[in-house]
Ligand binder design. Structure first.
Ligand code: ADP
Ligand code: MG
Length: 266
């Protein structure tokens, strides 16, 4: 799989809503995401992030509104073909334990049946290169992987179908902070090189600020802030969004204060 010339698709939400009884999981979301951008969707648990994400690949059908990919209503697309064309990575990637890592990476191609014809889609070895793991990992079982390695395999599996769009739902959420940061950096590089459009759900504002071009803050099914990382940090936010930024701000402030107290001469 060589570097891509094209840029992943643009996404457009038009007044999208999804209800569970009295709960509006998604409550009238309208917005556009430019092809090639890296957008983080941030919010507290239960704010509707996963539900909104899943309306794109039709894991969830909205009760109102529509979702367009490059101008085409996703509800007009055959769901399985649509899902094969979109990379999807989530927490605890769910690798099949009885298959090798290599087989897991190429699983959708096997199930889908169309992949064999995809010129240059890359073998498992090439996909392992992309996620910076040794090629001999292809012969391992998933049980022989660390959490971070397993998430890298999840990314490789998502890239096997040569998607233009990557949907990531708390992809590194279960990892320790250092591994998480390394994977975030590494994925950001892939996003650039492959010209992907990435929509990444995270509850971690610091992660969003470090990796995304644009941050959407969600609360109670609505988008309550939509800005660049700079705008989020330096702008005026609604209270619920400011509360999320306050966490990394406070942590950074404490660390700086501790450094000064360690070396008062500095
Ligand atoms: P997030 O990903 O931000 O944590 P979700 O999109 O998973 O939030 O959920 C948004 C809201 O919708 C929550 O109140 C959640 O309880 C509710 N919800 C999500 N999925 C279902 C479901 N299958 N049945 C009932 N309620 C659901
Ligand atoms: Mg979620």
């Amino acid at each position: 799989m060589g570097d891509r010339q094209t840029t992943g698709p643009a996404i457009r939400f038009e007044d999208v809503a999804k209800y569970y009884g009295d709960v509006a999981a998604v409550d009238g979301v309208s917005l556009e995401i430019a092809g090639g951008s890296f957008v983080a969707l941030v919010g507290q648990s239960g704010s509707g992030k996963s539900t909104l994400l899943k309306t794109i690949n039709r894991l969830i059908a909205p009760d109102a509104g529509r979702v367009l990919l490059d101008g085409e209503d996703v509800s007009a697309r055959e769901p399985h073909a649509l899902r094969r064309s979109i990379g999807y990575v989530f927490q605890n990637v769910g690798l099949f334990p009885h298959m090798t890592v290599g087989e897991n990476i190429l699983i959708h191609r096997r199930i889908g049946g169309t992949g064999a014809r995809q010129e240059g889609a890359g073998d498992a070895g090439h996909l392992l290169d992309m996620v910076e793991l040794p090629r001999d990992f292809a012969a391992r079982r998933p049980s022989a992987l660390s959490g971070g390695q397993a998430q890298r395999i999840g990314v490789a599996r998502a890239l096997a179908g040569q998607p233009g769009l990557m949907l990531m739902d708390e992809p590194f959420g279960a990892l320790d902070p250092l591994t998480r940061d390394t994977l975030g950096e590494s994925y950001r590089g892939l996003h650039e090189r492959l010209g992907l459009t990435t929509l990444m759900v995270t509850h971690d504002m610091a992660e969003a600020l470090l990796h995304a071009d644009r941050i959407l803050v969600m609360a109670q099914g609505r988008i309550i802030a939509d800005d660049t990382p700079d705008g989020i940090v330096n702008g005026t936010l609604p209270e619920a969004a400011e509360a999320l930024v306050a966490v990394p701000r406070r942590q950074a402030g404490r660390l700086v204060a501790m450094e000064r107290s360690r070396d008062p001469g500095a």
